[in-house]
Design a protein around this ligand. Structure first.
Ligand code: TYM
Length: 327
């Protein structure tokens, strides 16, 4: 059976990359597949230091944002990862089947380790093993993510295959689902991805930014010394990123968007894109504000989802325990 699983770290309000690379796909997939799980990955976000009160608030803000984007708890299970302890338990088993050098090679370990201000914690190193457990705990078949998660998905595939070889066919090998805008770039540095942890405030547009903030960030977007608008991702990553964003938020093709930009220079075009982004996210931003006022509703959504997720996970985890000899 087809089962979709994906997740997002609660690091505050999602940004354009999260939305266009993943969440927009999540919304479409809940319509077409009958078994869909989306999770707020609080245990993953615990790898980067955070005040407990900030983490608590971020979980609710991310949940409000996901709901405002159109995720409907009647059509999918939306839940908080740490409420289903089998994620961590399965991660332990899978961790015992994973070689350390395989994890040391992953670029996120190398990058985030530097920003942890230490040699790197065990949790940060084994982060992708927990991610594999998230997916495999439900025998998921498809995982809608942005391009930056593809290597993590390959690890999950390797772990599934390794387990199957050792204990007999059990896990389906999960496949990544990428959207057409699989990588949105930073507005300040088009060689880097847009990221929540970017210290440059102007680099990242969140889906709850005000129209003024959106205009300011796009006005300052780094392009190049050619004023014409073209789509050449390799040669002109800055302006091409704007074209991608424009196409994705309007639902138009790259060709149609370029046609609309005929005769505009990049400075004017930036304002056209800003306006399209404002149009797209104003209703979502209003809905986020509304949802944020009802904390107990958000908490209940996450708890109800976790109850149902546990029901799906329990028999699968029981079988895993039996297969490995814990039972
Ligand atoms: P996270 O929270 O960093 O991002 C959530 C989703 O947004 C995508 N994304 C992007 N897509 C395009 N352009 C960008 N600039 C951009 N930035 C982020 C991510 O690819 C992701 O799909 N490890 C995961 C969370 C996770 C998970 C899982 C995902 C934990 N367990 C199991 C899938 C399945 C993460 O940190 O996503």
């Amino acid at each position: 059976v087809d089962r979709i699983f994906s997740g997002i770290q609660p690091t505050g309000t999602p940004h354009l990359g999260n939305y266009l690379g993943a969440i927009q796909n999540w919304v479409n997939l809940q319509e077409e597949c009958s078994s869909v799980l989306y999770s707020i990955m609080d245990m993953h976000s615990f790898t980067m230091p955070k005040e407990p009160a900030v983490l608590r608030q971020n979980i609710l803000d991310t949940t409000a944002a996901i709901l405002a984007c159109g995720i409907d708890p009647k059509k999918c299970l939306l839940f908080r990862q740490s409420l289903v302890p089998e994620h961590a338990e399965l991660a332990w088993i899978l961790g015992c089947l994973t070689n350390v050098p395989r994890l040391l090679r992953l670029p996120q370990w190398k990058m985030k380790r530097a920003s942890q201000n230490s040699e790197g914690t065990v949790g940060l190193l084994t982060y992708p093993v927990l991610q594999a457990a998230d997916i495999l705990l439900y025998k998921s078949t498809r995982v809608p993510v942005g391009e930056d998660q593809v290597l993590h998905l390959e690890l999950a595939q390797d772990i599934a295959q390794h387990f199957n070889k050792k204990y007999g066919e059990f896990f389906p090998v999960p496949k990544a689902i990428l959207s057409t805008t699989k990588k949105i770039k930073s507005l300040r540095d088009p060689s880097a991805k847009m990221s929540k942890s970017d210290p440059q405030k102007l680099a990242t547009v969140t889906i709850a930014d005000s129209p003024d903030e959106i205009v300011q960030k796009f006005r300052k977007a780094v392009t190049d010394f050619t004023s014409e608008v073209t789509y050449e991702p390799a040669a002109r990553p800055g302006v091409s990123n704007l074209v991608s964003i424009h196409a994705a938020v309007t639902g138009l093709s790259i060709k149609e968007v370029l046609h609309q930009a005929t005769g505009l220079d990049t400075a004017h075009y930036k304002m056209v894109v800003a306006e399209a982004v404002i149009q797209k996210f104003t209703p979502i931003r209003n809905e986020i504000k509304k949802l944020q006022e009802d904390k107990s509703h958000l908490i209940k959504v996450l708890e109800d989802g976790a109850e149902k997720a546990k029901e799906l996970a329990a028999p699968i985890y029981q079988e895993i325990r039996r297969l490995v000899g814990f039972q």
